[in-house]
Design a protein around this ligand. Structure first.
Ligand code: ADP
Ligand code: MG
Length: 650
């Protein structure tokens, strides 16, 4: 690490003083100055750390039962001391050695934390603005974000001007004290055994002037009920250091109760502590699988996007228990395209005497994984069928993730197709299913047409769509990066192949024009054919072909892929990743367009071909821009445009 300065202090012989990692100092500053309005959450964070510590010890005791021995059952205790002005949160969990203290309470492990800091800073700057509802954005309060970033401990400094942590690692001989005022440094020192906790950790908060309210029992009780009601370790309150502890929560596992015994508030509480997200779950599924394997599952689809949904370094939030012992909290219980689901699985059948990694390779685990995935898919399908409004929200948040399954999991593709919803040319607001699409096929239409791009709104006005619009043919507007992948591997839906509108000839001729649409002259006139030949020669270095288009109605030109070429967007994505060479596109020209016809005449009449040559390049560049690409040579473009305008103006 190399960041902490170690010095020996005068009053305690083996005391060491350390500097916080720079990010921690920044974070602490922000905690106190920006997130301050939601101070209550410090308690939820400290209780959750205590509960985590108990679950860790329960797990370690599988291999070494002596670690727990005859000691008191797991509990988290809150102790008030009005005279001293302290609130103490203690647990009898796994505890920490000195190195753990320095690692866990002096640095930030999570790589996403920098992003968090940016958000909070941005928030602080915007302070005073109305809170925006912007998804996952800076509008969400910092307090709600803490739980997703692994920095909960530091929230103690919102309410305390001094924090003391006393801890003994289970099975360890020594005990340690960590002290800090949260202003850049902390000390660690050994403590005498009689002054140390028998097992676990106590966090002593010397409450600051504005936080004395946390010395009131009713206040703590209400915070615990609101934020920590579903914690799977009992929470007790001692109103004075000598008082008997009083139980606030029973620490029962919500998932182990029958559905009828759990209220929706309890489900929400549990979801929040599991997900580290403080919204309402969009879908709650709780079931007990019986038969060949017995296990209980409590799963949630979050009400909003987790911040790390597309972060490769994200931490999973799927807890695997074996008979109430937490084996793994980042368990591979779901395929990647379901990574937004938060769940707990508790199984009686998995072996307890093997490592975490071994468990994941056991056939029982594989069977559970399959069962869970299928059931959640079923529940999503049910929601899509019965509650389209709720489902629309789920799809909006997680559709781009579910669509990854369309190419990662061909076996479930048909099921996923039933869940997929799209924006289309006729339904730009989205929500169209493939079944709807197929039901609206036009006469002689045999394919499902799509256009890929970056922005569904802009794509809607693409010239490539004109011939489709003239025939009333619906086109899927696919704007997520993953779309280019699945659509190129999927064989089709309901016997209809997917076909890109930018790919090859568009098979449009067979489909009759919609009423009122402009009739196209079937044949390209001879002078236009000559013009196209000249264009082809002029643009040889950048296009594979120049030809007359049957798909254009309003625009003079557009770029498409060759007959058997890949979809243009997919090709671009692959090329960016260095996995494919860009092939030359085909420039399609609208032979009916007034500009094209005028150019054809000019080409035949004029000996000087320079205007038509400039026009060829400008039409090409314009088509490129409409396709969402940059100009290859902006200087040449500007020179040509100026020449042409000068001619037009003279
Ligand atoms: P997170 O809990 O998400 O890891 P925190 O900032 O809340 O982030 O805690 C940081 C780390 O400090 C924990 O991962 C754990 O290693 C350690 N820690 C905090 N509180 C305790 C405790 N009561 N017992 C044991 N370890 C703890
Ligand atoms: Mg924590």
């Amino acid at each position: 690490m190399g960041i902490f300065v170690v010095t020996t202090s005068i009053d305690a012989p083996d005391a060491q003083s350390h500097a916080f990692q720079a990010d921690v100092s920044r974070l602490l500053h922000l905690m106190v100055h920006s997130i301050y309005s939601d101070r209550d959450i410090f308690l939820r964070e400290l209780i959750s750390n205590g509960a985590d510590a108990c679950e860790k010890l329960r797990y370690e005791a599988l291999a070494n039962p002596a670690l727990i021995g005859e000691e008191a059952p797991f509990a988290i205790e809150l102790t008030l001391d009005k005279e001293a002005g302290t609130l103490t949160v203690s647990d009898n969990g796994v505890g920490m050695a000195r190195a753990d203290l320095v690692e866990a309470l002096g640095t930030i492990a999570n790589s996403g934390t920098r992003a968090f800091l940016e958000r909070i800073s941005a928030n602080a700057e915007k302070k005073g603005d109305a809170e925006s509802e912007e998804e996952g954005g800076a509008g969400r309060s910092g307090a709600d974000l803490i739980g997703q970033f692994g920095i909960g401990f530091y929230s103690a400094f919102m309410v305390a001007d001094k924090v003391v942590v006393e801890t003994r690692k289970a099975g360890g001989a020594a005990s340690w004290r960590w002290i800090s005022d949260g202003k850049g440094a902390y000390t660690t020192e050994p403590i005498a055994l009689e002054a140390a906790p028998a097992r676990g950790t106590r966090v002593i908060l010397h409450l600051n002037e504005e936080s004395k309210t946390y010395l009131e029992p009713w206040k703590l009780e209400s915070i615990v009920r609101e934020h920590s009601g579903a914690v799977a370790v009992p929470i007790e309150l001692r109103e004075t250091p000598d008082a008997e502890p009083r139980r606030l929560t029973d620490g029962a596992a919500v998932w182990a109760k029958p559905r009828s015994a759990v209220t929706s508030e309890e489900y929400t509480d549990f979801y929040r502590s599991l997900a580290g997200q403080y919204d309402e779950p969009a879908l709650t599924v709780h079931w007990r699988a019986e038969g060949r394997h017995e296990y209980t599952v409590l799963a949630f689809v979050p009400g909003s996007r987790p911040l790390d949904l597309f972060d490769p370094a994200r931490k999973g939030r799927n807890k695997l228990y074996v008979r109430r012992v937490l084996i793994n909290q980042d368990s591979d219980l779901l395929p990647g395209w379901m990574r937004f689901v938060r769940l707990v699985v508790d199984s009686a059948d998995l072996p307890l005497n093997v490592s975490r990694e071994m468990i994941q390779t056991s056939p029982v685990f594989t069977a559970i994984r399959k069962g869970v995935t299928n059931r959640i898919l079923q529940e999503l399908t049910k929601t899509a069928e019965n509650d389209s409004e709720a489902y629309a929200k789920i799809w909006e948040n997680f559709g781009p993730v579910l669509k990854e399954g369309l190419y990662e999991d061909p076996e479930r593709r048909d099921q996923l197709f039933k869940l997929a919803r799209f924006a289309t040319t006729t339904h730009p607001e989205g929500g169209r299913s493939l079944a709807d699409y197929v039901a609206g096929l036009k006469e002689n239409q045999t394919s499902i047409f799509y256009l890929t791009g970056e922005d569904a709104k802009r794509m809607g006005s693409s010239p490539q769509l004109e011939g489709f619009k003239a025939r009333g043919v619906e086109v899927l507007l696919l704007a997520d990066p993953v779309d280019a992948f699945w659509v190129s591997t999927a064989l089709g839906f309901d016997g209809k192949p997917f076909k890109s509108v930018t790919q090859g000839g568009a098979d449009l001729k067979a489909i009759p024009l919609a009423e009122g649409a402009k009739e196209e002259s079937a044949e390209t006139t001879a002078d236009v054919a000559v013009l196209l030949a000249f264009f082809k020669q002029t643009l040889e270095s950048v296009t594979a072909d120049v030809r007359a288009s049957e798909r254009l109605a309003e625009s003079p030109a557009c770029l498409v892929a060759g007959e058997h070429g890949p979809d243009r967007r997919l090709e671009r994505i692959l090329a960016q990743a260095g996995r494919a060479e860009l092939t030359k596109p085909v420039l399609e020209i609208n032979p009916r367009h007034a500009l094209v016809q005028a150019l054809a005449k000019r080409y035949g009449a004029d000996a000087d071909k320079s205007l038509v040559e400039d026009a060829a390049w400008l039409l090409h560049d314009e088509a490129r821009l409409m396709d969402g690409e940059q100009l290859a040579d902006p200087a040449a473009f500007a020179a040509r445009l100026t020449r042409v305008l000068a001619k037009a103006a003279s």
